[in-house]
Design a protein around this ligand. Structure first.
Ligand SMILES: *Cc1c(COP(=O)(O)O)cnc(C)c1O
Length: 406
């Protein structure tokens, strides 16, 4: 008789976004005349850049002609795109990455979820709290997380609390705690919008090298950085020996629907003499047949001079929304974090409301929808996330409604 992967039965239901949807539809059913502004979404809303659209059209035309038709591509990505990533994305940071260290994929969610495949099944894992839920749930599915506790934590995961006290930057574990083998870091951060500077990131790289740990660095929001902060972990000395980096075109160029990302596994990254680069190449070429030709041509267009100019305009649009939210709430005297180098604003709920109490109040009294911080982990309780991905008009209107309410 077939047996299921028991780890799946241990997963708590992913109630966050369905709970939100339920409460919003109950509200709209009761108040069909009231307008709702959604600042909870983690998805972009602006259309793709014109350069990307024309590259897509051209690639479609090529597929229509036997002389230029392309079938299966290289599983790890076309050279035309890997070269652009090396030259433009890493070149302008002064970071040297070889094309065979770049693995093109359908996005950072799959890669951050799949990377655990090449490590021991009982590897120990550390994540931030609050956290992007993908890191935790994929480890739970693989049996690395242990059992789910009523506290909202898994008993085999080491949680690194990110709080107002530590500026939402995880602290290096004490030397008395066994060092986790795999460490997930994401900066600029989802959900807190916090960033890490080169000195603090150097501490993490040094810690990982000292202990033989591997850092998984999710840089999905690097294009939102406005201050002098590392865009890539490879700007940090020693990172090539201990870190894998994940990047995505989703928030950078609006590819959430198109699907494209890439992961870097440097050749120096070895465990017991075995190169993780070869293992990931083996894993990807066995289980993945590559991102589509169309999307890779679209990705190439992002790196053209015109493409860069166009995506920067859209990023600036979202950054301006983030500024409107941040400044609007700060002017009310609220404790507000993020929003400067990230499309996320993380706020301390006023009047010590719980995350869900604040959610209900905002929905019922202002018709504004956000995301309860507790949905990202126990340390998110008492916090709330607003996103900058809405329209400028709605963003300004939402802040005005919040101001009127409080
Ligand atoms: C949106 C997001 C990504 C991007 O995922 P894709 O699969 O590339 O769309 C990755 N990491 C975090 C933390 C995100 O919020």
């Amino acid at each position: 008789m077939a047996r299921i992967n028991e780890n799946y039965t241990r997963l708590p239901g992913s109630y966050l976004f369905s709970d939100i949807a339920k409460r919003v539809s109950a509200f709209t059913a009761a108040h069909p005349d009231r307008s709702i502004i959604r600042l909870g979404i983690g998805d972009v809303t602006r259309p793709l850049a014109p350069s990307v659209i024309s590259a897509l059209h051209q690639a479609v035309a090529e597929q229509a002609d036997a002389a230029t038709f392309r079938g299966y591509g290289p599983e790890l990505g076309y050279d035309f795109l890997r070269q652009k990533i090396a030259d433009v994305h890493y070149g302008r940071l002064g970071v040297k990455i070889d094309t065979d260290e770049i693995f093109v994929s359908d996005g950072a969610k799959s890669d951050t979820g799949n990377i655990g495949d090449i490590f021991a099944a009982d590897s120990t894992v550390a994540v931030c709290d609050p956290v992007y839920p993908v890191y935790v749930d994929t480890n739970a599915m693989a049996g690395k997380a242990g059992h789910y506790q009523s506290s909202g934590h898994w008993d085999r995961i080491l949680y690194l609390p990110c709080t107002q006290e530590n500026g939402f930057i995880p602290e290096i574990p004490s030397p008395h705690v066994p060092a986790p083998e795999l460490i997930y870091l994401c900066f600029p951060n989802n959900p807190t919008g916090s960033t890490i500077n080169a000195i603090d990131l150097q501490d993490w790289v040094d810690y990982a090298r000292r202990n033989g740990s591997v850092i998984f660095y999710d840089a999905a929001y690097e294009s939102y950085i406005t201050e002098d902060l590392p865009h890539s972990i490879y700007e940090i000395e020693g990172a090539r020996e201990c870190a894998i980096e994940f990047c995505s075109f989703s928030k950078t160029a609006g590819f959430t629907g198109i699907r494209l990302g890439f992961t870097v596994v440097p050749k120096e990254l070895r465990i017991d003499g075995i190169a993780l680069n070869s293992l990931w190449a083996r894993r990807q070429s066995t289980k993945f047949n590559g991102a589509s030709y169309l999307t890779q041509r679209a990705g190439e267009a992002v790196y053209s001079e015109q493409g860069q100019k166009e995506i920067r305009e859209t990023i600036a649009y979202y950054q301006d929304n983030a500024r409107v939210i941040r400044e609007g709430l700060l002017a009310m005297g609220w404790s507000v974090f993020g929003g400067k180098n990230a499309p996320y604003i993380w706020l301390k709920t006023p009047q010590n409301l719980s995350s869900w109490e604040f959610f209900d109040l905002l929905l019922n009294k202002a018709g504004v929808v956000g995301t309860p911080g507790s949905g990202f982990g126990p340390a998110g309780e008492g916090y709330f996330r607003l996103t900058a991905f809405g329209s400028a008009e709605n963003t300004a209107a939402a802040i005005e409604r919040i101001r009127t309410l409080f």
